[in-house]
Design a protein around this ligand. Sequence first.
Ligand code: DQA
Length: 139
Amino acid sequence: MINGPNLNLLGVRKPEIYGHTTLADIEAALRAQAAKLGYKMSFMQSNHEGDLIDAIQAARTASAGIIINPAAYTHTSVALHDALESAELPVVEVHLSNVHKREPFRHHSYISPQATAVIAGAGAQGYELALAFLARHLG
Ligand code: DQA
């Protein structure tokens, strides 16, 4: 699971939009869910685009799939689009908020063309839905 910029501030950053759950809470829930499903998960968050690209490139050979919330890079990053394309893995793009209900600049995603599935607006639960989907998708 890869999380982009400012998501380290979940729980304190605009809780009316992103909720009160912290990233640590989300990771703990997903770790438990993955164990039940028979998968091992690794987690990273970075505020730096290059670190996110490195993580995607590492996943290419080490992982069965990627859950990613690219945060603001969703709307700007051709580099993340290209990294995901090269990874050739199932990808679930997650957004806590419903980006389509928000400012127009959040309506376009460079990531969605590379995503197997997109989940937006389900809050922290979106990550759990992403993992449930991915596990079933992988069989
Ligand atoms: C976000 C939505 C993005 O537009 C925003 O820049 C974020 C978080 C979400 O999870 O709702 O940082 O990806």
